[in-house]
Design a protein around this ligand. Sequence first.
Ligand code: CP
Length: 314
Amino acid sequence: MTQQIDSDGRLRHLLTLDGLPRETLCRLLDRAGQIRDTALGRTQRRNLLDGTTVCTLFFEPSTRTRSSFQIAAQRLGADVLNFDASASSTRKGETARDTLRNLEAMGVRGFVVRHSEDGAVDALAEVAGEGTTLVNAGDGRSAHPTQGLLDALTLRQAKGADFSRLKVLIVGDVKHSRVARSDLHALRTLGTGEIRVCGPQSLLPDDDTLAGCTVGGDFDAMLEGVDAVMMLRLQRERMEEGLVASLDDYHRDYGLTQARLGRAARDAVVLHPGPINRGVEITDEVADGPQSLVLRQVSNGVAIRMAVLETLLG
Ligand code: CP
C-alpha cells in the first residue's frame, strides 16, 4: 500500500484512517473546528490554494462528498474540475490510471477520487507524480476517510473530546460499508470507551473488522444506554443478493424508531452518513428529530474537507 505519510511525517495523501496517527487525526479535527465559519460561507473565502487545480474524479455517484469537496476547494481559492465519468472517455474504455495521468498533464495537483473497487485509490496513488496528492472519497467497501473524520468531529462537538466515556453503537450493513470501516478506525484511535456493532448476521463482516467491538443481532438490547447511534444505509442491492429477507423485515428488526431510541441514553445523538432510506433503516421522526445530527454531519463535511485539502495542498 502507498505510504500516505512521507519520510518527514507529512501527510502526502489521505487514503485511509487505518493507522493514521492520533495526533494527525486530532489536528485535522481541530483545524476543521477552527475554519467552520469559512466552511459555511459566513466569512470570506481564503486564497491559500489560488492557482491550484483540484479534480473531483468520481467513478461512482455522490451528492454530499463530491459537492462538499467542491465547495471546500473553492472556499480555499482553488480551481475545481468536476470530472464526469459518464460523459468522459471512461465510456470508451480508458482506464482510471490513464485518466489520472492525462489530467495531471493538464496541471491538476489534487485528486479527490471515488471508485467502486477496493484499493483503486491506493493503486492510483502508486502511479501519481511527485507533486500530486490524492484523497480517497470512498473505494469499494474499504475506506471513506473524510466521512470517518466528519463523523468523529460531529460526535466530538456533541459529546466532548473525551471519547473514553462514550458508548457508540454502529447499526446495519457493516459488511459492505466503507463508512463503517472508517468510523471504526476513527473511534478506536480516539479511544472510544465501548464500540457496539449490531446487524443481521448476513451483513456483519466475518474477518477482523470488528475486533474489540461488542457485537450482537438484538437491536433493542444493543441500544441500552448508548450515547450515540451511527446508522448505516441499507444498500438495496443486498436485497437482490438475498442477504436481507425484505425491507419490512429489516425495518422491523433494525429500523431506528423514536420508541426504540428511548432505550439509548436520554441525550443520545443519532448519525447517518446519507443517503437515507427513509422508513427502512430510520424513520422520518428520528432522522428529522431533535436528536438527529444528520445535517450537522453534512455541514461538518465541508470543514473537514477544507482542513484535509489545506493540509495536503496548502
Ligand atoms: N455520505 C456519502 O458518502 O454520501 P454521498 O454518496 O452522497 O457522497
